[in-house]
Design a protein around this ligand. Structure first.
Ligand code: DX5
Ligand code: ZN
Length: 216
């Protein structure tokens, strides 16, 4: 089974409520991209937007932290309404294991995210503490980028390692350039959470785009 997580980065910020409502009964999760202009060269939104979405979302919120010093902010995002929080391995380094445990202690699912240029083997030491792994299939920072095909092999590698370690409950989330056209290949490689921004919110029929990914 695959979970579909529309990314609100591609929503219409002037009518965020309308866009949340459009996918509220179709999505499984809402993906919220928090960017600080330092870890990535873009700034998106923070606590107030997460709290506001939490008020109307019928599905759990998945907060993807693209920020330096993520350990400073996980409590506040949990309070704002996150049910899933991921941070980047490139930002937390060897403190990743400890941070995953801290996120879990808040009653939140903990994820470790990794950019396309970082060897996936680098995060293997932290899989034991993770609820999910977020494999970026574009470089973190902007929506609407083209899917990097080599991501499929990276997903398969993580999937194989999870199987080897018998960590069958750890989910693999994929983020960047995901849509109906590559959903089948992503599932076959081992992905179980698909984040999709442009392919949902820029589609003429967002509900149909979600359905197409689910049924791919
Ligand atoms: C990129 C973000 C993504 C982004 C995906 O840094 O992490 O979640 O919203 O957007 P699309 O689906 O348009 O590539
Ligand atoms: Zn994201």
């Amino acid at each position: 089974m695959v979970l579909i997580a529309p990314s609100l980065l591609a929503a219409d910020f002037l009518h965020l409520e309308k866009d949340v409502e459009t996918v509220n009964s179709h999505a499984d999760i809402f993906h919220l991209d928090v960017m600080d202009g330092s870890f990535v060269p873009n700034i998106s939104f923070g606590f107030p937007v997460v709290s506001a979405v939490a008020e109307i979302a019928l599905k759990p919120l998945d907060v993807h932290l693209m920020i330096v010093n993520p350990e400073k902010y996980v409590e506040r995002f949990a309070k704002a309404g996150a049910s899933f929080i991921s941070f980047h391995y490139e930002a937390a380094g060897s403190a990743s294991g400890e941070l995953l445990s801290r996120i879990k202690s808040l009653g939140v699912k903990a994820g470790i995210a990794i950019n396309p240029d970082c060897p996936v083997e680098d995060i293997f030491p932290y899989l034991l503490q993770a609820d999910f792994v977020l494999i970026m299939s574009v470089f973190a920072g902007f929506g609407g980028q083209k899917f990097i095909p080599e991501s499929l092999e990276r997903i398969s590698k993580v999937k194989a390692e999870l199987e080897r370690m018998e960590l069958n409950d750890v989910a693999i989330e994929v983020d960047g350039g995901v849509g109906p056209a590559n959903a089948r290949a992503l599932k076959d490689a081992g992905a179980s959470m698909l984040v999709a921004g442009s392919s949902v919110f820029k589609a003429p029929d967002p509900a149909a785009a979600i359905k197409a990914m689910r049924e791919a």
